[in-house]
Design a protein around this ligand. Structure first.
Ligand code: PEP
Ligand code: MN
Length: 263
């Protein structure tokens, strides 16, 4: 059902008026983890000032180590919702457990399914059973075909509002955290009718590569960019090495103006 052969025209996903897949460039921006109301509000203010709509933040964090910060859970979702309401933004946040899906509906506008859960089939089914848009990330070592099949799990349950997100894959290369598979973007655009975004933060894992990676993504046809922004990345409880601070995000957006499409 996600195949372009079945549906030649692009799918456009309406998220509180932001129409992802409409040919314009869309940005999903916010901290890696929700840490406090003040932290999220500071980023939201900056997001809003740029005319952007989609605010991200992790409340349930899938961390490699059990001793790392695991996220604020529902309290994190409540913070996101409060801030989003104040700034008229839409919330994108990861859900890791099918049992949380229903409760999360009260707080979030887009369900993010993270790389580590791309083949959590029960979670995919649960996301397919609700009507909210889903931002599905590519698994750490998933082929494009496996990625497309994961989206098929969601659409086959009745929810076709899916944004695909390339976020880098694991290769032997150690210079970046993951290897951004830039050619996945046009392949996914050709093979499916779904919008495709590129997460420049988790793919590169390097602050100095965020801008060039975003330019490449937009040049090759991505519908949007995900990037992490934190008021003070040095003290961030996760991904301190690659989140942008607000002045850097200002520059990032300015530099991308020429590469973005705004109809
Ligand atoms: C995230 O976007 O918060 C995240 C954990 O990314 P990924 O699932 O791509 O690692
Ligand atoms: Mn992160």
């Amino acid at each position: 059902l996600v195949s372009r052969k079945k549906k030649p025209e692009d799918t456009i996903i309406d998220i509180k008026g932001e129409k992802v897949g409409d040919g314009n460039t869309h940005y999903v921006v916010g901290p890696c983890s929700v840490e406090s109301y003040e932290q999220v509000a500071e980023v939201a203010k900056s997001v809003k000032s740029k005319g952007l709509k989609l605010l991200r933040g992790g409340a349930f964090k899938p961390r490699t180590s059990p001793y790392d910060f695991q996220g604020l859970g529902v309290e994190g979702l409540q913070i996101l919702k409060k801030v989003a309401d104040e700034y008229d933004l839409a919330v994108v946040s990861e859900i890791v457990n099918p049992a949380h899906m229903e409760e999360a509906m009260d707080y979030i506008d887009v369900i993010q399914i993270g790389a580590r859960n791309m083949q959590n089939f029960e979670l995919l089914k649960a996301a397919g059973d609700v009507k909210k848009p889903v931002l599905l990330k590519r698994g750490l070592s998933a082929t494009i075909s496996e990625f497309i099949n994961a989206a098929e799990y969601i659409i086959s349950r009745g929810n076709g509002n899916i944004i695909l997100c390339e976020r880098g894959i694991r290769t032997y290369e150690k210079a970046t955290r993951n290897t951004l598979d830039i050619s996945a973007v046009p392949i996914l655009k050709q093979e499916t009718h779904l919008p495709v975004m590129v997460d420049v933060t988790h793919s590169t894992g390097r602050r100095d590569l965020l801008l060039p990676a975003a330019k490449a993504a937009l040049a090759i046809g991505a519908d949007g960019i995900m990037a992490e922004v934190h008021p003070d990345p040095a003290v961030a409880l996760s991904d301190a090495a690659q989140q942008m601070d607000i002045p850097m995000f200002d520059t990032f957006m300015k530099e991308l103006e020429a590469f973005s499409t705004r109809k």
